[in-house]
Design a binder for this molecule. Structure first.
Ligand code: SF4
Length: 373
């Protein structure tokens, strides 16, 4: 039984692991730190379910009617604590209020990112803010199915491949399931991120205690890294100057499948799609205040209805679709840079610090790196 030939044919969504009836599939990390499924041939009964469930092999759910909105939470505190405009957190709270549960990516011990089940408002706080890593699904699809079969409303948020992985695993629609796909640039590995944190810990001579990819500490910058340390110091840096962010933005550090992503287009598989509304100021300068604005795309009646129930929580403008869909990951995946293999070779043979020296240089700009102690 072969699940993929080239690494780019596996997005790591773990649908195959969840569906296997005899638990024959385990996820194993490659040298770069990306997880791939491995079949235990002694356990496998050759049922073929793992191949059939793969979201990269089947047809993804298509939108039926799309509308695009620029959205800001009316509460400025909420907006500050969220990644973009605070659209997601209200959707999640709404589901909890209905007695449902919400699934999404959260940090665990040592900043390991995985999907968790949140059943109350306190747990929802862990789902706030973007994590620029591939979240591990574990057995979450099976948990979602159990919740749906017991009649609970469920909101599942994840990347396009994770949402379609869930849909494919479930094999049918549930009226009380709401899928929110996060418009994704691609995912770096947890291993690279762990080494980045170690690199900062060495520099600051202290253990990191919190990480926020959207610290919102740098004026007029929506993407900035904020790491705080046990010794009370903190590292705050705009994305354009931070090494981990730059390896990500320059597309060096993405999973192989991300360069051929099946979900980086306008045909979204979620009921709702969420992103930052980049370039909004081109047509709506009065709405753009650089404190984070969400792009909300409703892809069908179910998504539009959920969003409609929350409209009093937000400032909203409906925008032209061309403006919303002008964003790169809503048109096509990012191309693999020529230097990507060299980058990984440096990382694997010489470590993270060597990558910082070789691939994170800003000759004209480095004097402007912002640091807060
Ligand atoms: Fe599991 Fe069936 Fe795939 Fe074998 S073929 S790994 S038993 S899902």
């Amino acid at each position: 039984m072969e699940l993929f030939v080239r690494q780019s044919e596996c997005c790591g969504c773990e649908a195959c692991k969840n569906i296997c009836p005899v638990n024959a599939i385990q996820m194993k990390n490659d040298a770069k730190g990306f997880a791939y499924p491995e079949i235990d041939e002694d356990k496998c009964i050759s049922c073929g379910a793992c191949q059939r469930v793969c979201p990269l092999k089947g047809e993804a759910q298509k939108p039926s009617a799309q509308k695009t909105y620029a959205v800001k939470h009316k509460n400025s505190g909420e907006r500050k604590s969220c990644s973009s405009g605070g659209a997601f957190i209200e959707m999640a709270r709404h589901i909890i209020k209905k007695g449902g549960v919400v699934y999404g990516a959260a940090y665990g011990e040592n900043f390991q990112v995985s999907h968790i089940r949140a059943a109350d408002k306190a747990e929802l706080e862990r789902l706030k803010t973007s994590k620029y890593l591939q979240s591990r699904i574990g057995d979450v699809y099976s948990q979602v199915k159990a919740d749906l079969n017991s009649g609970l409303p469920v909101l599942f948020s994840g990347t396009g491949c994770q949402v379609q992985g869930l849909r494919s695993f479930l094999g049918k629609d549930y009226p009380q399931l709401y899928c929110v796909d996060i418009v994704c640039h691609g995912v770096p590995s947890q291993k690279l991120f762990d080494d980045y944190i170690k690199y900062l810990e060495e520099k600051y001579k202290s253990k990191a205690v919190s990480v926020n990819f959207r610290g919102k500490q740098v004026k007029n910058v929506v993407q900035d890294m904020l790491v705080t340390f046990e010794n009370g110091k903190s590292y705050s840096c705009a994305a354009t100057f931070d090494s981990y962010y730059m390896f990500f933005i320059k597309n060096f550090s993405l999973r192989e499948s991300c360069y051929e992503c099946h979900f980086s287009n306008s045909e979204r598989c979620g009921d709702i799609s969420l992103a930052d509304f980049w370039k909004l100021e081109k047509q709506f300068p009065e709405f753009q205040d650089f404190k984070g604005v969400s792009l909300v795309i409703t892809n069908n009646d179910k998504g539009e209805k959920l969003f409609g129930e929350l409209k009093d929580k937000y400032e909203i403008i409906e925008t032209p679709k061309e403006l919303a869909f002008a964003q790169h990951p809503l048109r096509k995946p990012f191309a693999k840079p020529q230097k990507s293999d060299l980058f990984w070779n440096t990382y694997l043979t010489q470590g993270y610090k060597a990558c910082v020296k070789k691939y994170n240089s800003f000759p004209k700009l480095k004097n402007f790196i912002r640091k807060h102690f």
